[in-house]
Design a protein around this ligand. Structure first.
Ligand code: F1P
Length: 316
């Protein structure tokens, strides 16, 4: 077992420590979640959860918010920027946080590095201890930032999510042998809060295994991208309970075109039950998606401890 795999399966004790960490801020302000890479994907999911709970939010890539905030919003004093960064050192995110503060916004740093530049340039720090052995590929810290972010927007995260997430990761792991060998194209589909999680599943698998991945809102996939589906395709469907019928129909169509489907919370060649509500589902499926990336890498004999062309911190 390599360190990446070890950390994925050992992440749950860190979740337990982070449950109950609560910070919020003025609820009348627009929440702007910013981040890069994985952290941006998580920002998208958190913004959707926030809107669904009645608190207005948007998600913006760090560089866009640093360089062109007026393309999104310009009422700085009515803005609460939540800057997500595992390292707390990513140039675009740190620049975005500093510029936001200078312009009069309230800034929260959501990071696992409490001594980082980001943590030193914020009005509020939301942080938790992460696994000391986490490598370049972000796993446990991604889950922790989602967990902390949900609690920040007022979502109760019950202790039971830890067991749900662990069981789902194990169930996927047991179902995988033979399913993904020789597959060359992975597609991740999810809507609402699960769209950012689909993007994250796609990014994770691509970083770990160097396989071509894509992510879409489920029904968007029929408008063009479906032309790429063949017998080498795996589709990961993150079902939303209120869209299950339409999403199941899409899955049947994808099966007919040769794709293997892994269904989280609905039908597929592999079917995995996801018992938590939509706002928690993204958090619950994250470790399973990390396992999928690791197993896809192993099938190609790629060591995820040294992912090609990647570094833990990206500075400009
Ligand atoms: C985020 C990030 C990762 C990516 C790579 C470089 O950094 O872009 O998403 O996988 O490891 O860093 P951070 O701002 O969350 O530290």
């Amino acid at each position: 077992m390599n360190t990446t795999e070890k950390v994925i399966f050992e992440q749950f004790s860190y979740w337990e420590k982070a449950i109950g960490v609560n910070q919020s801020g003025d609820r009348s302000k627009l929440l702007v979640f910013v981040g890069c890479g994985t952290s941006f994907n998580l920002a998208l999911s958190l913004a959707a959860c926030s809107n669904m709970s009645g608190r207005k939010a948007i998600a913006v890539p760090g560089a866009e918010w640093a360089n062109r905030p007026s393309a999104f919003w310009s009422e700085w004093r009515d803005t609460h920027v939540v800057a997500l960064s595992r390292s707390g050192e990513t140039t675009e995110t740190v620049t975005a946080a500093k510029a936001s503060r200078d312009a009069g916004a309230f800034v929260t740093a959501l990071t696992v590095e409490p001594e980082s530049s980001l943590a030193k340039n914020c009005d509020q720090l939301v942080s938790a201890e992460t696994h000391p052995d986490e490598g370049i590929v972000m796993t446990v810290s991604a889950s922790l930032m989602v967990l902390l972010g949900l609690q920040m927007i007022g979502q109760h995260v019950p202790g039971s999510v830890v067991g749900s997430a662990r069981r789902l990761a194990d169930a996927l792991d047991h179902a995988l042998p033979g399913i993904i060998t020789d597959k060359t194209h992975f597609v991740f589909l999810g809507s609402g809060p699960l769209f950012g999680i689909a993007l994250e599943g796609a990014l994770k698998l691509m970083e770990m295994s160097q396989i071509m991945t894509q992510a879409f809102h489920p029904l968007e996939y029929r408008h063009g991208p479906i032309s790429l589906v063949d017998g080498k395709t795996v589709v990961v469907m993150l079902y939303s309970p209120d869209q299950r019928e339409a999403e199941s129909k899409l899955v049947r169509e994808l099966n007919e075109k040769g794709a293997i489907v892994i269904g989280f919370g609905g039908p597929g060649d592999v079917e995995l039950a996801v018992d938590d509500d939509l706002s928690l589902a993204g958090l619950v499926v994250l470790p399973a998606l990390q396992v999928l990336g690791e197993r896809a890498a192993q099938a190609r004999q790629i060591d995820t401890v040294f992912p090609r062309h990647l570094t833990k911190v990206v500075k400009l």
